[in-house]
Design a binder for this molecule. Structure first.
Ligand code: MBD
Ligand code: FE
Length: 284
């Protein structure tokens, strides 16, 4: 007789993987020289905000020490990517968006993995034979700001499964599951078969979850598809798409929704969904 052991995903597990993924792939600019003037201006402002919170709320020594303990735990649990992407990245994205035309962007988040399987314009994302969830066909076209189709554009897409977990960041999900790089046809079109993801819950057993509980907030992000859309000569777009009427669309813990990024999937009458969305890229 064989037994299948399923290990439950843990905050420490996904945190360690997210920190590792960040170190391996996302340190662009981290070694670049930043002028002393800019470090002074930005760090001074951050510290001034902290000082003001201490004064306004008359933070006590026990509270200061509790904060120190928590910060240590965030690092030890590998949750800096999670914490920063949930609570800070949306503002960095908003600043970047000030100079961006075309499709609206959103945050990258901690669970992107590069170098996934390249797929043709009509394709199914890699999934398990028994992948749970409502079948979803996601189709559309990539165009430039003048309306011309962009052939050979890449849609780098990744999303959570029907339990809200990402491959690469939870045990027992095969590598590359529900991830892929779909290449548009000569009309810039694509048609991707996958399943509808579930909302994402910040792990409640780690320090970020502990903070959320301590503050009485909720730990949820609405169900979403992640995408990076890129083509040579164009500025790439990192974005997310949500589902109309879905839970937490109006109360995303990461504040990363935008009205332009909400899909309206249509029931196909057979229990499956179809959604159309077109992307618009600006010249680099
Ligand atoms: C996610 O799935 C996500 O997209 C972000 C931004 C943060 C935490 C988990
Ligand atoms: Fe996500």
């Amino acid at each position: 007789m064989t037994t299948t052991e399923k290990s439950a995903p843990t905050a420490a597990g996904s945190g360690a993987s997210a920190t590792q993924a960040f170190r391996a792939t996302r340190q662009q600019g981290a070694g670049e020289a930043v002028s002393p003037e800019r470090v002074d201006a930005v760090v001074r402002a951050v510290l001034a905000g902290v000082h003001e919170a201490v004064r306004t709320h008359k933070v006590t020594y026990p509270e200061f020490q509790a904060a120190k303990k928590w910060l240590i735990e965030v690092g030890e649990g590998g949750e800096w990517p999670l914490f920063l992407d949930v609570f800070v990245e949306h503002v960095v994205e908003a600043v970047a968006a000030e100079t961006q035309q075309g499709t609206k962007g959103s945050i990258l988040g901690p669970y992107y993995l590069p170098d996934q399987q390249k797929l043709p314009s009509v394709a199914a994302l890699p999934s398990r034979p028994d992948e749970k969830g409502t079948p979803l066909v996601f189709a559309g076209q990539v165009r430039d700001v003048d309306g011309n189709p962009v052939a050979g554009a890449e849609l780098d897409i990744w999303h959570a499964d029907e339990a809200g977990y990402y491959s690469g960041f939870a045990p027992d999900i095969p590598e590359g599951n529900l991830r892929g790089v779909v290449v548009t046809d000569d009309q810039g079109r694509f048609e991707i078969s996958t399943i509808q993801p579930a909302p994402y819950q910040i792990p409640t057993d780690g320090p970020t979850g502990a903070l959320i509980t301590a503050a009485g907030w909720h730990p949820w992000r609405p169900a979403h598809l992640h995408l990076i859309v890129r083509a040579p000569g164009y500025r790439q777009i990192t974005t997310q798409l949500y589902f109309e009427g879905g839970e937490y669309v109006d109360s995303d813990v990461a504040q990363a929704t935008k009205p332009e990024l909400v899909l309206n999937p249509q029931d196909q009458g057979d229990g499956s969904l179809r959604s159309e969305y077109d992307f618009v890229l600006e010249r680099a």
